[in-house]
Design a protein around this ligand. Structure first.
Ligand SMILES: [Ca+2]
Length: 179
């Protein structure tokens, strides 16, 4: 009998203890939930910041690459003019034809343009800073595709696909030698 009373008393004290702690636990859980929500917000904000920084970095890299590309096209333009001065014609259309002609030894100079290995692909085409071959059309040899609208009628058109890495036929973000 005594043992039973003691057991009941123990059980009642446990219930009382749990019910006494319950509001505190609830509060604690709520606090923890708040913290989790706060951390989730912070994480989201951090992710957004990282995305914004990556986008800014990408734009900066693209800007740098565009400048490099403009410089490369301008240098090739000059080299092609030097070639024309010596031979009185421009190299035949096609990137690899241009590279081949410009690396041939001219009568007045060793080569018209020195390409480093990393500037060329396995087909011997010169690449833009995004790794795509430049497009070169000699507008006098009439070998450009029919749909091509030549800009330098009596010279050549040279362009890069630009930062979007897509052929916009010299328009859009393409980097070219006529604008
Ligand atoms: Ca483009």
């Amino acid at each position: 009998m005594k043992a039973r009373t003691l057991a009941w008393a123990g059980l009642i004290s446990c219930v009382l203890l749990v019910s006494a702690q319950a509001p505190q636990d609830k509060e604690r859980i709520e606090q923890l939930e708040k913290k989790v929500t706060e951390l989730e917000k912070r994480l989201k904000a951090t992710e957004e910041l990282v995305a914004a920084l990556n986008s800014k970095l990408q734009r900066m890299q693209d800007k740098e690459k565009v400048e490099t590309c403009v410089h490369l096209i301008s240098q090739l333009d000059q080299a092609l003019e030097s070639f024309q001065t010596d031979y009185e014609f421009y190299p035949a259309s096609g990137n690899a034809n241009m590279v081949k002609a410009l690396t041939a030894r001219g009568p007045k100079r060793p080569v018209y343009f020195e390409f480093t290995k990393d500037m060329l692909n396995e087909k011997g085409e010169v690449l833009d800073p995004w790794g795509h071959p430049l497009v070169y059309y000699n507008n006098l040899d009439k070998s450009a595709p029919k749909e091509w609208t030549s800009r330098h009628k009596s010279r050549f058109d040279l362009y890069s696909y630009g930062p979007n890495e897509k052929d916009d036929k010299g328009k859009g973000d393409d980097v070219n030698n006529w604008e």
